[in-house]
Ligand binder design. Structure first.
Ligand code: UD1
Ligand code: UDP
Length: 381
């Protein structure tokens, strides 16, 4: 029996952990003991609790209750408490997901006390170091003992940084094992799609049955915190909604919701909130999100996860960033990078509005990435 500590903190990490935790409980419960530590980076019920309940993720064994703060303060508080917990638990491995401050804190804390790190969603690069996530993921990759990439591009990025996918065990931080596993989020979307359809009432709740609608999410710091960028995005959404008489559903991250009024001109703010086609709603549950994604016409987003889910559910994507880590979906023409540029966003909408024969070849694995990862962890133990 090996002991693993899984660190989660932000919404997408709870969702990713659901897939791996499910694989552990269903297939490897006699071989792997999992301890879940929640840093408390996300804490509102609709950013945290709802995912545990709906996706049947075991309650965290420990919640560090760190909450929101500046990068340094938040990461430092997490590091201190994660170190304490690791010294007490003495796990064989720590699992870290993605690229948030919770990932960074876990990687620094674990590597300094020589606990081998498993990085799930390794190898992604935006090549934009002004993104906090780019720093977090580079540090985590370069301190990890086992790295699992969701895409071929992720693997190539690691090879370009000197990682060797054919290293032989025993694996260590200096001789890491690098694997192309596929994407654990794809595992989830396949696993929960049918159940979500049965359980979610979101279409009825917002009167979207049999209506065409666009789904959008916005939370990236350089979109929310720079008024010109946030205004360009909302100007585009406002115009697309009004001119095409199409509904736009925006489950807004609390970060965006809190700053919207402040960072839009009062004229634009009033125009957006009074636009009968724009529906700004609180963050939704994963099942509701799946149903919105499956039933919408198109997805506009700056989210890493939502870009992928657009692809899983075969919807065109408008990427509200200057680049993406998921380059495959842009290369195959199913998504367009528009940045926060009004004309680009409107042009991308018009482009996809005239096309209905997009094809979505497999990019994210076979839906069993989590099981693959568990098997490789066991082999390395
Ligand atoms: C974090 C991650 C980002 C990820 C996102 C997923 C970092 C650096 N960023 O960004 O990579 O894409 O999570 O959603 O780790 N807030 C609430 N309630 C909550 C949580 C946050 O109101 O439950 C508000 C607070 O005002 C907080 C702000 O959102 O200051 C930002 O939260 P934070 O966790 O610092 O970063 P995110 O923007 O959520
Ligand atoms: N998500 C959700 N409800 C929402 C918005 C997003 O369940 O209101 C899910 C979404 O389906 C995806 C994940 O949250 O699985 C993406 O997280 P987020 O956009 O917060 O972060 P990122 O992926 O950009 O790090």
């Amino acid at each position: 029996m090996i002991k693993i500590v899984t660190i989660i903190g932000a919404r997408p990490q709870i969702i990713k952990a659901a897939a791996v935790s499910r694989a552990i409980r269903k297939k490897f419960s006699d071989k792997i003991e999992e301890i879940i530590i929640h840093t408390g980076q996300h804490y509102d019920d609709n950013m945290s609790k709802v995912f545990f309940e709906e996706m049947d993720v075991p309650e965290p064994d420990l919640n560090l209750g760190v909450g929101s703060a500046s990068h340094g303060k938040q990461t430092a508080a997490m590091m201190e408490k994660i170190e304490e917990a690791l010294l007490q638990e003495k796990p064989d491995f720590i699992i870290l997901f993605g690229d948030t401050n919770s990932t960074l804190a876990g990687s620094v804390a674990a590597s300094k006390i020589h606990i081998p790190i498993v990085h799930i969603e390794a190898g992604l690069r935006s090549f934009n170091k002004s993104m906090p996530e780019e720093i977090n993921r580079i540090v985590c990759d370069h301190t990890s003992t086992l790295l699992f990439t969701p895409t071929r591009t992720g693997l190539n990025n690691l090879i370009n940084e000197g990682f060797k996918p054919h290293n032989n065990p025993p694996f260590t931080a200096d001789n890491p094992g690098v694997f192309h596993s596929g994407d654990v989020m794809y595992d989830n979307s396949i696993y929960f799609a049918e159940l979500a359809k049965k359980k979610s009432n979101i279409l009825k709740e917002y009167d979207l049955q049999n209506k065409e609608f666009i789904l959008g999410t916005i939370h990236r710091d350089n979109n929310t915190d720079i008024p010109e960028r946030l205004s360009a995005i909302f100007n585009a959404i406002n115009e697309i909604a009004s001119q095409n008489e199409i509904n736009v559903v925006l489950p807004l991250h609390p970060r965006t919701y809190k700053i919207l009024k402040q960072n839009l001109t009062s004229e634009l703010y009033l125009s957006v909130i009074n636009n009968p086609f724009i529906n700004i709603i609180p963050p939704v549950s994963f099942f509701d999100m799946i149903v919105l994604e499956k039933n919408c016409k198109l997805i506009m987003t700056d989210s890493g996860g939502v870009q992928k889910e657009a692809y899983f559910f075969q919807k065109p994507g408008i990427i509200l960033r200057s680049e993406t880590e998921w380059v495959e979906i842009v290369e195959n023409g199913t998504a367009v990078v528009t940045d926060a540029n009004k004309e680009n966003i409107i042009n991308a909408f018009n482009h996809f509005n005239t096309i209905d024969d997009l094809t979505f070849p497999p990019v994210f694995g076979d839906g069993f990435a989590s099981e693959f990862i568990c098997r490789e962890i066991l082999k390395a133990s």
